[in-house]
Write a protein that binds this ligand. Structure first.
Ligand code: F6R
Length: 244
């Protein structure tokens, strides 16, 4: 694991964007695994800026997103489809046919999970998987559990995640209770993983991920086993690493 403690959110976002940029420059037909949430917004902003300057070309890039709320229409402004278009896809020259996200509107859970796993197989190896981390150590929507999940699955969100995500909705009651998510096996299959963590409320999850035991109770702790994993934090999220 490579741990980089940036000085602030902007610095962290630029560093994450730099890693993704280098990947896309070196391999223009890269497969990028993407995340939503507040943590990667600055990374997308920076990538869009460099695209606008002419430094980056996404024409041959393929993307696969980690997750989507289950039962939420893509046009809902809280959906992850909407988020990705709003923060990234609509601002760069990505080919819409190369954008892949789980479909939260497929009523048959098994069918959708099998479809998305087939998509993941068909795009080939993910070159870089961008991740955020939940306060409870979740990655994607792999919540703390007794076992690590393997493939795409429908997950029931924990009370902590519902509370954390309520900030994006009018109230916690409106936060969907389920999501379709890549499994830990899907995430671990990426060639490289870049996790961005910002703010003091992530410090414990970051510490447990890096220094704690590898356990499905802290799903991100499995990244200790990944051969190419970068954990990028701002000062606050990396704070407990310094207090050892
Ligand atoms: C989003 C995702 C989640 C978030 C995590 C942190 O696609 O998979 O694991 O990365 O919930 O969210 P923020 O960044 O909003 O704190």
């Amino acid at each position: 694991m490579r741990i980089i403690r940036a000085k602030d959110y902007k610095d962290m976002s630029r560093k994450a964007a730099n890693i993704i940029s280098a990947q896309v420059i070196l391999k223009p037909d890269s497969v990028l695994g993407l995340a939503t949430g507040s943590s990667p917004i600055g990374t997308y902003e920076q990538l869009v800026k460099w695209y606008e300057k002419g430094d980056l070309d996404f024409a041959d890039v393929t993307t696969v997103n980690l997750d989507e709320y289950y039962g939420m229409k893509p046009e809902n402004d809280q959906s992850y489809h909407y988020f990705m278009h709003d923060h990234f896809f609509d601002h760069v020259n990505i080919d819409p046919s190369r954008i892949n996200l789980p479909n939260g509107m497929e009523p048959d859970e098994e069918k959708e999970c099998a479809r998305y796993d087939a998509v993941l197989r068909s795009v080939g190896d993910v070159d870089i998987q961008l991740l955020g981390i939940g306060r409870n150590g979740h990655i994607g929507f792999n919540e703390p559990a007794d076992d690590f999940t393997y493939g795409t699955h429908v997950v029931t969100l924990t009370a902590d995640t519902i509370e954390a995500n309520a900030r994006f909705f009018k109230s916690a009651d409106e936060v969907p209770r389920q999501a379709v998510s890549m499994g830990i096996g899907n995430i671990m299959a990426a060639k490289c993983v870049v996790l961005v963590a910002t703010g003091e409320n992530k410090a414990k999850a970051v510490y447990d991920t890096i220094r704690g035991p590898i356990t499905p109770r802290v799903p991100a702790s499995v990244l200790q086993l990944h051969p190419c994993c970068v954990i990028l934090t701002d000062r606050e999220a990396g704070k407990l690493m310094l207090e050892e």
